[in-house]
Design a protein around this ligand. Structure first.
Ligand SMILES: NC(=O)C1=CN([C@@H]2O[C@H](COP(=O)(O)OP(=O)(O)OC[C@H]3O[C@@H](n4cnc5c(N)ncnc54)[C@H](O)[C@@H]3O)[C@@H](O)[C@H]2O)C=CC1
Ligand SMILES: O=C(O)C(=O)COP(=O)(O)O
Length: 528
């Protein structure tokens, strides 16, 4: 039974799938301090959060069973992604479900700002009928600057066009083509700053976006510009904004987010009549909360059940066409990695993955994650998974090389895997055989046909009469039943290999006895 902890308020309707799952129990405990969360997180397989819970390295360290952290929303700046990746914890978000709500909140803020609605409301309910202090501006014919033209920024731009605004946008990934489709003029941050009457930001908070609008940009802006931030506190420098308002450059600002949330009572935004604020409400609609909770719950179930999932934040996305081609080979890759790692002696220094056939048409990085996981798992057990396998290999200075070649040796696809250790270099090759499934078809220079599963003995010996018989007798006396057996050699009387699948793992004492047989050079026990 998987245990899921929900530590922020999340729509009950949206997480119904989790409640309904027979293999999952759900517990809700909101408003926990870091100490309180650290004390209980060890019991849970998954944690579901919004933006309040700070998922620090300490929480992950205490979360020994944590397999996944789900973020019911977009921004994951409250989750330490590096710490999650190092520990093999998948972090998923729900990137699509709150786009429209946040876009609409941005518009609500822009209009409230243009017409002084919060300030006018306050006076009116206070008993004053003040019409002259709140003369606003129209949006029509104004220039809207949008920094960050992703999901939310693009939706804001579309609506701005409907309001008769001209839009100038900046986003390092915005192509001329897409800008044209959206009817948006492209500009740099400084050009946007200089041309706009309203500026709204819709980027994540990163080292590049922190303070993207600061003193130098405010100095370029038109007198009377209005600024909106419904993305993340810190993208617009809070101090520089207050200064620009005092200097009369900025006529007003609308903020949904703060550098530190909630802001302290003396925060300069809270008593400035030109700044309107909301408490991080962008995604707070019934619809958005249901959408993100549904999306994240479905993904969590996939991860817990070891099924394919799509919105991992700490793994590169895999396009659907690549996934459909590679997915059948994931298990083979994992097993080949395990097989070869148990075959070699010495410390692994380099892993070379070579693919040929149809597989060579696509980016093999996702397959490589499975292969590396397989290579490392005999040493690291369940500590390694497809999220952290690359990271763990690199952090141990293991070189990973991915190659493609055109020789398939008669197979439709072939994966060839080489491990270089400080003592030796070994290669195996595997494929999926139509109707037969995964097969290892080559061990070093010997052609073989091995289903990569169960208990395998890999024996190197000299090709001479009697060895097979002696080995069979020895295993029989020790009550080890041979299921399949293959012998491979290049020349008569030369070096040869034997591959046996046996019905139960051979004890160490039996392996030692086999190793002592005359004519044997090595015996390796491989468990898959
Ligand atoms: N206030 C709220 O409640 C909510 C806030 N958000 C925040 O809104 C932001 C945007 O969300 P989405 O549009 O869904 O994300 P998105 O990933 O679709 O868009 C972000 C865009 O920012 C762009 N970007 C990244 N670095 C940039 C830079 N240096 N300069 C300019 N553009 C840059 C990216 O290329 C991307 O197009 C996120 O920070 C998210 O956390 C999202 C939902 C609710
Ligand atoms: O999705 C996002 O990035 C948000 O900022 C929404 O945050 P919330 O889930 O409302 O705490």
């Amino acid at each position: 039974m998987f245990k899921v902890l929900i530590s922020d308020p999340i729509s009950d309707m949206g997480i119904q799938k989790l409640y309904d799952a027979e293999d999952v129990t759900v517990e809700k405990k909101t408003g926990l301090s870091e100490d309180e969360l650290a004390a209980i997180i060890g019991e849970y397989d998954a944690l579901l959060v919004r933006s309040q819970t700070k998922v620090t390295p300490r929480i992950m360290e205490a979360g020994k069973k944590l397999k996944a952290i789900g973020r019911a929303g977009v921004g994951v700046d409250n989750i330490d992604l590096n710490a999650a990746t190092e520990r093999g914890i998948v972090v998923i978000n729900a990137p699509d479900g709150n786009t429209i709500s946040t876009c609409e909140h941005t518009f609500a803020m822009m209009m409230a700002l243009a017409r002084n609605i919060p300030q006018a409301y306050k006076k009116t309910v206070g008993g004053e009928w003040d019409r002259k202090s709140f003369v606003g501006v129209e949006l029509r014919n104004k220039v809207l600057g949008v920094i960050g033209m992703g999901r939310i920024g693009s939706e804001v731009a579309k609506r701005a066009k409907a309001f008769g605004m001209e839009v100038v946008g900046y986003d390092p990934f915005l192509t001329e083509d897409r800008a044209e489709k959206l009817g948006v003029k492209l500009g740099t941050v400084n050009e946007v700053s200089a041309q706009a009457d309203f500026i709204t930001v819709h980027t994540p908070l990163t080292n590049e976006t922190r303070g993207i609008l600061s003193k130098p940009q405010f100095e370029l802006m038109k007198q009377g510009v209005r600024i909106i931030n419904c993305a993340r506190g810190g993208i617009i420098d809070e101090g520089a904004l207050v200064e620009a308002i005092d200097q009369g450059i900025v006529a007003g600002a609308a903020f949904d987010v703060f550098v530190s949330e909630p802001p302290t009572a003396d925060h300069p935004f809270l008593n400035n009549p030109k700044i309107i604020v909301t408490p991080h409400l962008g995604a707070s609609t019934i619809e958005a909360q249901e959408n993100v909770a549904i999306d994240v719950s479905e993904e969590l179930l996939h991860i817990l059940r070891d099924e394919p999932f799509k919105n991992a934040v700490n793994m590169p996305p895999v396009p659907a066409n690549v996934l459909s081609k590679l997915q059948p080979y994931f298990e083979l890759g994992d097993k080949m990695g395990q097989f070869l790692a148990q075959m070699v002696d010495g410390a692994i220094g380099e892993i070379i993955i070579n693919v040929s056939g149809d597989l060579a048409d696509v980016d093999t990085q996702p397959l490589a994650r499975y292969i590396i996981k397989g290579v490392l798992s005999p040493y690291m057990g369940s500590e390694v998974n497809i999220v952290n396998s690359m990271h763990l290999a690199k952090s141990r200075d293991v070189k990973i090389e991915r190659q493609k070649s055109s020789t398939t040796k008669g197979f439709t696809n072939l994966i060839s895997l080489t491990l270089k250790t400080d003592k030796e270099e070994k290669t195996i090759a595997g494929t999926l055989l139509n109707g037969y499934g995964a097969r290892i078809v080559q061990v070093d220079q010997y052609p073989v046909d091995i289903a990569p599963a169960g208990n395998i003995l890999l024996i190197s010996h000299t090709d001479k009469p009697g060895i097979v018989g002696r080995l069979g007798t020895l295993l029989g006396t020790n009550d080890v039943n041979i299921a399949t057996m293959q012998v491979g050699r290049k020349v008569i009387g030369g070096s040869a290999i034997m591959v046996l699948t046996i019905d139960k793992p051979a004890e160490k004492a039996v392996i030692d006895e086999i190793a002592a047989l005359d004519g044997l050079t090595s015996v390796k026990k491989i468990q898959l």
